[in-house]
Ligand binder design. Structure first.
Ligand SMILES: NC(=O)c1ccc[n+]([C@@H]2O[C@H](COP(=O)([O-])OP(=O)(O)OC[C@H]3O[C@@H](n4cnc5c(N)ncnc54)[C@H](O)[C@@H]3O)[C@@H](O)[C@H]2O)c1
Length: 333
């Protein structure tokens, strides 16, 4: 497996001025980056982490289709911010176009993939990032909040992956060396089980499992599939976790900036990570944690069907020195 040394990022070279109404342009920035000539789709990239990922991919030379439906945090519709991010990329002399499809519908996802291929000739990288939050304790959970979160995250990740995979399979069958990339977005809430987030935790844990399944399915077509669990200051975390504090006034490293997530996604999208697949990483500030999924950590066995009494007698052996109660959150620092 490759080391975790990150390629030099060009993000700092991107300008932040806006040019509303522009939808596509070409330029020299990132022409020699690690993603030069590659075409990427980033979902939910109108703000927050997705925006930072789109800027990082563009700075490394990728042409980026910036998708954003334009939804408020609870899923209600608002004006799309995708054009703003496209304008930022263009002002940095990168290449980008906007897309406003709902990624959680098969039609929307198919149209998004088609747009990348029609406008830019190919698709190489999918960053599934779009998401909404509807936190409720389980005893108050309403059906609409359950469905909305499962739909946007779990179905939204699958829908775009499904049509990108179909595109890559066709290219692989035509003899092309595809090198496709899917980078999914999970959450520590899904890996550890966040309180008040049964819908969100279920969706994110589902995406973690789906990441490994897709990695297995697409290996023969030259496609890697990985997931990140980011932590950053965005509108999503401001309402749930507070604002992580303001960025340091002295300009020192801002641990909670969403911009910290971009280079990790660019690395996974690059040739440097060609042998990395089916993996989940927690990304916090300057830290990258490699996570391990469900592992067998204890076993008891007998040569006949268990009885309740027999299990009770040997359950201590099954758990060993491990806790029998709720697992720790494992949030680290
Ligand atoms: N911010 C964190 O610390 C954190 C932690 C763990 C996981 N995440 C995950 O990172 C991702 C990005 O989160 P964020 O904090 O940047 O949130 P955000 O609310 O700032 O951005 C999410 C974007 O997704 C878009 N979106 C929602 N539904 C969509 C749909 N159906 N189709 C297209 N676009 C849609 C929204 O319009 C919004 O612009 C999410 O998947 C989130 O669950 C974030």
């Amino acid at each position: 497996m490759d080391s975790l040394s990150l390629p030099q990022t060009n993000v700092g070279r991107l300008g932040c001025g806006l040019r509303m109404g522009a939808t596509e342009a070409t330029g020299a920035t990132g022409a020699t980056g690690v993603l030069a000539g590659r075409v990427a789709v980033v979902t939910g990239a109108g703000r927050g982490i997705g925006r930072a990922e789109a800027l990082a991919l563009a700075a490394e030379g990728a042409t980026v289709v910036v998708n954003d439906l334009g939804t408020a945090l609870d899923g209600a519709r608002e004006r799309s911010a995708a054009e703003d991010v496209v304008a930022e990329i263009i002002d940095g002399e990168g290449k980008a176009s906007a897309n406003h499809d709902d990624v959680a519908s098969w039609d929307g996802a198919a149209h998004l993939v088609d747009q990348a291929v029609d406008e830019h000739g190919r698709l190489d990288i999918v960053v599934n990032n779009a998401g909404v939050l509807r936190d409720q304790m389980c005893f108050n959970m309403d059906e609409e909040s359950w469905d909305a979160v499962i739909r946007v995250h779990l179905k939204g990740h699958m829908a775009v992956s499904r049509f990108a995979a179909s595109h890559w399979r066709d290219r692989a069958k035509a003899g092309e060396d595809v090198g496709g990339r899917i980078i999914n977005t999970v959450s520590e809430a899904g890996l550890y089980g966040g309180t008040g987030q049964a819908n969100y935790a279920a969706a994110k844990a589902g995406i973690a499992g789906m990441t490994v399944a897709l990695a297995r399915e697409l290996k023969k077509y030259g496609v890697t599939v990985n997931a990140i669990a980011p932590r950053a200051r965005t509108r999503m975390t401001e309402t749930v976790l507070g604002d992580f504090g303001a960025p340091p006034a002295d300009g020192s490293f801002d641990e909670w900036s969403p911009d910290n997530i971009g280079p990790v996604v660019a690395w996974l999208a690059s040739e440097h990570a060609a042998k990395v697949s089916g993996q989940v990483f927690v990304v916090i500030g300057g830290r990258i944690h490699l996570m391990s999924g469900w592992d067998m950590v204890g076993e008891i066995e007998q040569g006949e069907r268990w009885t309740v009494d027999a299990i009770a007698a040997r359950s201590g052996e099954l758990f060993g020195d491990r806790r029998t109660g709720i697992p720790t959150m494992g949030f680290g620092r």
